[in-house]
Design a protein around this ligand. Structure first.
Ligand SMILES: [Zn+2]
Length: 389
């Protein structure tokens, strides 16, 4: 439910638009190879088509949100798969099936995804409201943004056991959203960066009314452990936009916008990390060894991850809110910084609580040979070795 129109401009789509459309579809393959960076990293993008099955999402006059989100999501995945090298696309659903909110971020976490993109269509009281907006996790700045999150989160009410499953979170009560305002997401910067690129594509290439990058407390964004965005592709309540969202052309445009934003996002990371590694090869080896000393190589340790960064941060207390026990772990194309190192999982959990005030979004990770292991797997391995004694 969004009031207030930033730009009430009328969008009429005609022949110009058709020409633009063909140009737009042809260009991606050309420009993706124009970038000279040799990207050998295997990346995973999880695309989450909102709603599905018994949850239709928002209703327009002739269509349902769940069908629009699926069509755009599948096209986005296709563009990505075809035009970005070494990327695997995983969908939270590929057909009209119901996937609950609880499982969507889990799919992304389990896949150790690099990006999570949730695709939706918006709803407003007024038929005049048009445009696209992209959300990142955060505290809603106004009632309208909060209501978008409330609407999307209220899908969980369709589940019988929602109260226990969602830890007592009430999607319709604004008080429930206070927990989000205390959170500073580890991936806030990267998420905002991707969201900005998506909005830029919508605005500059496909002429959508740009409603900007926004923040609100979405369940699916709160529980993912990677940069994550939720895209509201347009208003199903606007007759003109509903038509666009249901057209092949509109869906292609929106999908290729999201694809291009992802491509730009990864290209930027790659160019930054190649500069950083060139620099680090010469001068930063000392920090590297120091960071590794703390970790005994053969055992599983539990640590508390406090931040992640695409470039290296010097390990000194002033860079980590005064913490003196920070280690660096290099994973994929990122530098992760974790505090403490404990043999016992529960000690790491209580340490996390201790530093919660300075790092509210810190979480426990398992490390072996300076590599991050899936927590569940680490706990099982620990349990096994303890039994052996
Ligand atoms: Zn939705």
């Amino acid at each position: 439910m969004c009031t207030g129109i930033k730009n009430g401009k009328d969008h009429t789509f005609n022949i110009c638009n058709t020409i633009l459309f063909f140009l737009f579809i042809i260009i991606p393959t050309v420009s993706s190879s124009a970038n000279g960076i040799n990207n050998e990293k295997n990346r995973v993008i999880v695309i989450d088509p909102g709603h599905g099955g018994r949850d239709p999402g928002a209703l327009g006059s002739m269509s349902r949100e769940k069908d629009i989100t699926l069509a755009i999501a599948l096209k986005t995945g296709e563009y990505i798969q075809q035009n970005i090298k070494n990327v695997t696309v995983i969908y939270t659903r590929k057909d009209d099936s119901y996937v609950d909110l609880y499982d969507r971020p889990k799919i992304a976490n389990k896949a150790n995804a690099d990006l999570f993109i949730s695709i939706h269509a918006n709803w407003a009281d007024s038929k005049k409201v048009v445009g696209a907006e992209t959300y990142v996790m955060g505290h809603a700045k106004d009632q309208a943004n909060l209501e978008v999150a409330m609407n999307e989160n209220s899908v969980m009410l369709l589940e019988d056991d929602y109260s226990t499953k969602y830890e007592g979170f009430d999607p319709k009560s604004s008080e429930s959203y206070i927990m989000f305002s205390l959170t500073q997401k580890v991936f806030q910067e990267q998420s905002t960066d991707l969201a900005t690129k998506i909005q830029q594509q919508f605005r500059e290439r496909v002429n959508r009314n740009d409603r900007d990058v926004k923040q609100a407390g979405f369940w699916v964004l709160y529980h993912t452990k990677m940069p994550s965005v939720l895209v509201e592709t347009g208003f199903i309540t606007s007759p003109e936009e509903e038509k666009y969202l249901n057209s092949k052309e509109g869906q292609d445009y929106l999908a290729s916008s999201i694809f291009r934003a992802c491509k730009d996002y990864f290209n930027e990371i790659d160019s930054k990390s190649s500069i950083a590694s060139a620099r680090n090869d010469n001068s930063d080896q000392k920090t590297d060894t120091m960071a590794n000393v703390r970790l005994r190589s053969s055992d599983i340790y539990f640590m508390v991850q406090v931040t992640t960064s695409i470039s290296r941060t010097e390990i000194k207390p002033e860079n980590f809110s005064g913490l003196k026990d920070i280690s660096e772990i290099q994973a994929n194309d990122r530098f992760k910084y974790a505090a403490g190192s404990f043999e016992d999982y529960s000690e790491a959990v209580s340490y996390r609580k201790k530093i919660e005030a300075v790092y509210p979004d810190a979480f426990v990770i398992a490390v072996k040979d300076n590599k991050i292991l899936p927590l569940q797997q680490a706990l099982e391995q620990k349990r096994k070795t303890q039994k052996d004694y």
